[in-house]
Design a protein around this ligand. Structure first.
Ligand code: NAD
Length: 314
């Protein structure tokens, strides 16, 4: 159960820490262009091992990723002064080409977990790159809306006064402003949302719904305002994905994957509920949506597709 993490900044290192705390891997290799950073993060995490589970955590090179089952990519180039979003995307694409080509050389059967933003577009680009090395799309998984789904469940759990692990609710589509909260299929311990609030006598109205919707959609902006970036939530999501793959847990998670068609939009990479197991993505689930949610999902898919087109036409 060897896991590589390429990009050992806040997201990469927090993921490694969460993986260690969950005992989701035996060996974690941290790689970063900033070698000092990777060495320091690995040492810091290794010092927490005696308080949790025996795991080898070390900074390494691509050679150390030999036969790794999973490689998380959280390497992020940030925008240079005066650089356009498209140029940044181009730069990130060549970084990803470099990373993917080096990883598949030593770990041809690896499953990639992509966290770098904009995650749906970067995952789409990575799928195109990986194809050149005969890596099928099913082995490139974007973290997508896993985090947004967790935020939705956490908030609903609090409002409904129930453990968020008993709340089944999804955020699908883009990991970003156009994401869709699927209110129509929420269930709490097998009880439909509408029945639950009536039975438990919970005051709920459109205004509260709107507040939750906004709270989820704008959650990252708020955190970034307060402390510069977000990393605990995504670290938790990545650890759960790694655990799901390494232990073949078959958890249902809203990951971003390549879809031939979503609501009439062709060749698009976005999030829907999938089963995550030993082979990575074991397939999408047929989520039930109402007319409004279908139309919002289509809108979200079109937004992602137009960003991919913008990049591909360049
Ligand atoms: P960070 O700046 O702390 O870390 C990025 C790291 O990548 C740096 O240490 C940098 O040296 C390294 N890096 C850059 N180019 C590299 C290369 N070619 N090879 C190896 N390492 C390289 O940033 P962060 O806060 O950790 O964020 C990382 C990415 O994750 C960003 O794109 C961010 O937007 C994204 N993110 C995604 C989610 C999500 O839900 N998907 C949530 C939070 C952050």
């Amino acid at each position: 159960m060897k896991v590589g993490i390429v990009g050992s900044g806040l997201v990469g290192a927090t993921s490694a820490y969460a993986i260690m705390l969950r005992k989701a891997a035996n060996e974690i290799v941290l790689i970063d262009v900033d070698e000092k950073r990777a060495i320091a993060e690995a040492a810091d995490i290794q010092h927490a091992v005696p308080f949790a589970f025996e795991t080898a955590v070390y900074a390494g090179s691509y050679d150390d990723l030999r036969d790794a089952k999973i490689v998380v990519i959280a390497a992020g180039a940030s925008q240079k002064p005066g650089e356009t979003r498209l140029n940044l995307m181009d730069r990130n694409a060549s970084i990803f080409y470099d990373i993917i080509s080096k990883v598949v050389k030593v770990a041809p059967n690896v499953i990639f977990l992509i966290a770098t933003n904009p995650v749906d577009i970067i995952t789409h680009i990575s799928i195109t790159i990986a194809k050149q090395f005969d890596v099928p799309a099913s082995r490139i998984i974007g973290t997508g809306t896993t985090l947004d789904t967790a935020r939705f469940r956490a908030l609903l759990g609090k409002i409904l006064g129930v453990d968020s692990q008993n709340v089944h609710a999804y955020v699908i589509g883009e990991h970003g402003d156009s994401e869709v909260l699927t209110w129509s299929n929420i269930d709490i311990g097998g009880v439909a949302f509408e029945d639950f609030i009536e039975f438990r006598n919970i005051g709920f109205n459109e205004k509260i719904k709107e507040e939750i919707d906004n709270g989820i959609r704008k959650a990252a902006y708020k955190i970034i305002q307060g402390k510069g970036s977000t990393y605990y939530g995504i670290g938790g999501a990545i650890a759960k994905l790694v655990d799901g793959i390494n232990r073949d847990n078959r958890a249902v998670m809203t990951v971003s994957t390549f879809m031939e068609e979503v609501e009439g939009v062709k060749d698009v990479t976005l999030s829907l509920p999938h089963i995550i197991g030993g082979e990575g993505d074991l397939g999408v689930l047929p989520i039930r949506l109402n007319v409004k949610e279908k139309s919002l999902l289509k809108k979200s898919a079109l937004i992602i597709r137009s960003k991919i087109d913008e990049y591909e036409k360049k």
